[in-house]
Write a new protein. Structure first.
Length: 143
């Protein structure tokens, strides 16, 4: 026979366990809602960049280059990254050379951050890293 104190402790433990499980279930539902919202936001962001890229692809390269020459570099890279390669190349070809160089460097860095660069045969990863240019690219305005 169990003592009344042991039964009372079991009741308290069962109640606490039930409340904890409810809180865990609530947190799991909230996490699903956050994940869903983040997924929707990522979809909207991707669609926004794609639409901007299509808009610039539809422009004459010289007109788009004139805008890209004064566009903030990170914004430029995001747009160009979503463009057709041939259309982006045509625009970069008529941009101011310094701005095109900066955009190209930033595009290369964003691509290399997305996937590791291959290591040449006979070259160590440390040698490759030591030969890599600095990753801080500034715009002509110093931003």
């Amino acid at each position: 026979m169990r003592s009344p104190a042991a039964d009372a402790r079991d009741d308290v433990l069962n109640t606490a366990q039930s409340r904890l499980q409810q809180k865990l279930d609530d947190l799991a539902q909230r996490q699903k809602a956050v994940d869903s919202a983040e997924s929707r936001r990522a979809d909207v962001d991707a669609e926004t960049w794609t639409n901007l890229a299509k808009m610039y692809e539809a422009m004459a390269p010289k007109s788009a280059a004139g805008i890209f020459d004064v566009t903030e570099p990170r914004l430029l890279v995001n747009i160009v990254d979503h463009m057709n390669v041939r259309k982006a190349a045509a625009i970069l070809a008529v941009m101011q050379p310094e701005r095109a160089r900066i955009a190209t460097q930033m595009l290369a860095l964003s691509q290399s951050n997305a996937r590791p660069a291959p290591v040449a045969s006979g070259e160590s990863a440390a040698q490759t890293a030591a030969a890599k240019p600095a990753t801080d690219v500034q715009s002509p305005t110093g931003q």
